[in-house]
Every structure is written in structure tokens, then in C-alpha cells.
Design a protein around this ligand. Structure first.
Ligand code: GLV
Length: 332
């Protein structure tokens, strides 16, 4: 009998076709997602689940998964929706989709930065609503981007891709990370490592590129926002809970910082009601990796990871090597 995979939500058709060539596929062909109880029922008898960031694999859910399940293949680079240690404990491989979305996400972080700095969305509404009647010396004046200081939290693949873009704008680059980048990376990108406090104090733009972990939850709260310049702009394309959204809304309303560009939220798809009323924030619906090519590649990568695991091969984007060693030792 061919192994079987559950696909919890709609993905690009070529990935479904690839899965169908190799394994049996149970496909939830909608964008709704399935509640945990249904996921558990549908995952019964399957060897793989192709999941998305809206599927929550808590330790309790993982505990109840079928012992035959080999892999959870997430269609995302972030995997905070999956408790990886719990999966490893149960001998379940976990994979993600790194690299294909690095440049696409960095492009979007920069798009938000530019839009917020130069008030692009306000300008659009101004023209669209017929308010534009004359040229004015100080109409919708914003912040310069070129030659300003960009502070990056998280100097992984996406942080570095944002830094590369910033160099084209002659920006000065400060960064903070729990782990300092290799000297050659710092040198080639012109990066200066600094404390979090210094990054916040000196940056004109702060862009977040850290994974969501207990250590990064509310990395930016009221106290950190107060350390930023009143002219500064915060960009978040990482994960919503990295920022205390209520504190951000208040800081934007009270002029503690000048603006923000936000793609990710604490309780998606809900957005803090105050953010919805403010003009000085550009909001997007978690679309930083959403180019046609990238979302197609992410779908294919997850499918390839799932098939590799089901065929007993090490998946290319394995996150928990410990689970693989355990499986290999068992000769599974
Ligand atoms: C999207 O947010 C991702 O993690 O890929």
C-alpha cells in the first residue's frame, strides 16, 4: 500500500500533483484550515502532514498523533506553530521551507519601510479620495531612507538580505542578535554589532527578523519603543508576538515613534483595533513571502520534504536531526 499524506489547506496545484505521483493524498482543498480535533482524525493512518502556519501542533496535539506519522512538513520558514521538541520526542520529523523566501521577504520588509517612511499609502488615499487640489511645500512630508541608520534584529538569512538592500540606499547598518554574525558577513555587509539598547536608540528604522521563541516574545514592548527616536519607524515581517501590539498602537498614537510597517500580528487575522484607526502605520495581511514564484516553490518544497520522509530518505529541510537519528537507528 502506498503511504498517505494529509494536506491541511490549499497549496499550489503542482505540489499536489507531485504528491499524487508518489503517495495517496487526502487534500483539504480550502483556505479554511481544520481544527485540531479534525486534524487528528484526518491524520490517522497517514505518514505525513503538509501543514501551514495556522495549524497548531502543541505538545498535546502531537501527543495524540498516530505513532505511524513520520513527518510534519510546514509550508513556511517559521515553525513556531509546531512544538519541535515534542515532535522529536515522538520520533516525528519536522521540516520547513527556508531560502526560497529569503529575498522575497526582504523585498517586502523594504517595501513596508519605504511605504511607511515616504507615506505612500496615505498619498494613495489622498489622491484616490479627491483631496488633492494643490501642490504644497509640506504635503505628506516623510522621513528620508537614504543615508539613515537601519537597525536589524536577527541577522539570519532574511536579516542579511535586508542589509544587502539597505546598502543600495547608503544606509548605516546596526544589528543585534543573540548570536553574532561571522566576521566576514559583518565585513561584506558593513554591519556593526551593537546592544539591543543601542540599536533602538540610534536607528531611524528598526526591522525585525528573529524567529518567534520564548526569548523573542514581546522583544519590542513599551519600554523598547520608548528607547527609539520619536522619528523612528518599526518594521515587522517576522512574527506578530515579537511585538507587543497594544504597546505599539499606543506608541504610534502618542507619537512615541513616528510610524510602523506591520505584516504580522499577535492574533492573526485579528488586528489591534487602534492600529486600524491610525494613519501612521502601514498594515499588510502576512504577505511578506507572497510572490507567485515563492509561494509555488514553498508548496513544492514542503511536498518534496514530505515525500522524502515517506520514502525513508532524509528530508532536505529537516529541522530536528535528533528525530532522524532516532528513526535511522530504528531502521525505519
Ligand atoms: C511565513 O511567515 C513563513 O514563515 O514562511
Amino acid at each position: 500500500m502506498r503511504p498517505a499524506v494529509l494536506v491541511t489547506k490549499r497549496i499550489y496545484p503542482e505540489a499536489i500533483a507531485y504528491l499524487q505521483e508518489h503517495v495517496e493524498v487526502e487534500y483539504c482543498d480550502t483556505d479554511d484550515g481544520i481544527p485540531a480535533a479534525e486534524l487528528l482524525t484526518r491524520a490517522r493512518g497517514k505518514q505525513a502532514v503538509v501543514s501551514q502556519l495556522t495549524d497548531k501542533f502543541s505538545p498535546e496535539v502531537i501527543e495524540q498523533l498516530d505513532p505511524g506519522l513520520r513527518v510534519i512538513a510546514n509550508v513556511a520558514v517559521g515553525f513556531d506553530n509546531i512544538d519541535v521538541p515534542a515532535a522529536s520526542q515522538k520520533g516525528i520529523l519536522v521540516t520547513n521551507t527556508p531560502e526560497v523566501l529569503t529575498d522575497t521577504t526582504a523585498d517586502f520588509a523594504f517595501a513596508l519601510l519605504m511605504a511607511a517612511a515616504r507615506r505612500v499609502v496615505e498619498g494613495h488615499h489622498y489622491v484616490h479620495s479627491g483631496q488633492w487640489t494643490k501642490w504644497r511645500i509640506d504635503l505628506l512630508v516623510g522621513q528620508d531612507v537614504h543615508h539613515r541608520t537601519l537597525g536589524i534584529f536577527g541577522m539570519g538569512r532574511i536579516g542579511q538580505a535586508v542589509a544587502r538592500r539597505a546598502r543600495g540606499f547608503s544606509m548605516r547598518l546596526l544589528y543585534h542578535d543573540a548570536m553574532r554574525a561571522p566576521a566576514e558577513v559583518e565585513e561584506s555587509l558593513g554591519l556593526e554589532f551593537a546592544t539591543a539598547e543601542r540599536v533602538l536608540r540610534e536607528a531611524d528604522f528598526v526591522s525585525l527578523h528573529v524567529p518567534l521563541t520564548p526569548a523573542t516574545r514581546h522583544l519590542i514592548g513599551a519600554a523598547q519603543l520608548r528607547q527609539m527616536k520619536p522619528t523612528a519607524i518599526l518594521i515587522n515581517t517576522s512574527r506578530g508576538p515579537v511585538v507587543d501590539e497594544a504597546a505599539l498602537a499606543e506608541a504610534l498614537q502618542n507619537g512615541v515613534i513616528a510610524g510602523a510597517g506591520i505584516d504580522v500580528f499577535e492574533r492573526e487575522p485579528q488586528v489591534h483595533p487602534l492600529l486600524l484607526k491610525l494613519e501612521n502605520v502601514v498594515l499588510a495581511p502576512h504577505i511578506a513571502s507572497a510572490s507567485v514564484d515563492t509561494r509555488r516553490r514553498m508548496s513544492m518544497m514542503a511536498a518534496e520534504n514530505a515525500v522524502a520522509a515517506m520514502e525513508g530518505r532524509r528530508p532536505p529541510n529537516l529541522l530536528n536531526v535528533e528525530a532522524w537519528s532516532e528513526l535511522s537507528q530504528r531502521g525505519a
